[in-house]
Design a protein around this ligand. Sequence first.
Ligand code: MEV
Length: 437
Amino acid sequence: MVNPVSGFHKKTKEQKIEWLAANYLAGDSQSITILKKYWNSDEALQKLHDDFIENTISNYYLPYGVAPNFLINETLYTLPMVIEESSVVAAASNAAKFWLNKGGFKTQVITTIKNGQVHFNFFGNVTDLKAYFSEIKPTLISSIDTIQKNMKKRGGGLLDIELIDATETLKGYFQLHCTFETGDAMGANFINSCLEVIASTFKNEAQSFQPFKISEAFPEVVMSILSNYVPECLVRAEVSCPVSQLSVEGLDGETFANKIVRAVAIAKATPRRAVTHNKGIMNGVDAVILATGNDFRAVEAGVHAYASKDGKYTSLTHASAENGIFKFWIELPLALGTVGGLTNLHPLVKFSFSLLQKPNAKQLMEIIAVAGLAQNFAALRSLVTVGIQKGHMKMHLMNILNGLNASEIEKNKAIDYFKNHQVSHSAVVDFIAAQRN
Ligand code: MEV
């Protein structure tokens, strides 16, 4: 049985590994060798990665790929994508190529407002609370003068504070709903720092507000935190072309356009399909989010909440084929940063920004919305024509071969053979077994 460990974070990396080996790995030297194999020989680079989190014992690689030929608002981009799923980069590249000679992708940032809340309890007289809020609001704003100074210079800062009565959802529950502009920073630290100061000012000043004293009912702050639900930080990306230009896989343009429109309608009709449909969108979104050092958990949470904003989980993309024109578009809430966080630290994130020609946060929103739209187009194109497995398994073939420890000769033979045969795990196993016999 393993005993609890105290002061684990104070141990050196070697000591941590020794502790793990002794307690969980029965001293298995193979596992230790693997962990160390992933250490970077450049000590400074390794130290940088060690310091990103607590208790780092190794690095975990994911492939860093690129998808070229993305024409976005008349500029050609190559998108950096970090993802383990075999077919995602190939699908993105195909979609980019498909739209390249049809006008490419058009995008528009709709709004860039972020938000956070001071959540508090109040069981006194609501009229007193409203009076207190009106009186104290200028003080709440000036209490963050120092924190806001630099952000304001960059054109951002607090936009407004509203008192929200949320007692219909939870007895005694109110919010100070604060909105912010954070420019090219994702702004999580800035927003949270502002909220914490606003919260303590709000709480402290309440002690001397006469009506609260008389009723002995004071607001009690529960917590202060930004919201990852950012429906006011919204970007739209779109492709469109005459239906006649859409013929693919032996289908005429009209048939193909109608099939895509129907596939989107199905995703709008049922959450069972919408979740998978949106997952495909997030294949593209997350891959670029990771490559650019942004917070994919925040984006995922916010995007899926947005997909349910009308009370039912539904498709994030939309399609129409009307008057001979096919349109396919997406609206995504994306709170992103191109400065701060990992963006100035991680060498590969810096590389991603160079590759993307140093976008600002709005441009990154546009690029990432395009990645999601392209990924969805590629998935739907396969789904309504040849099926998803053909392309997916073609890309997955190498994983199966690597899993079977195939030699280079075996791999080349397999690639040749499976050009004309359906890839499945068992078919590849049989093929390799036959080679080895
Ligand atoms: C697989 O990662 C993504 C898809 O399932 C998306 C979709 O079904 O639209 C292919």
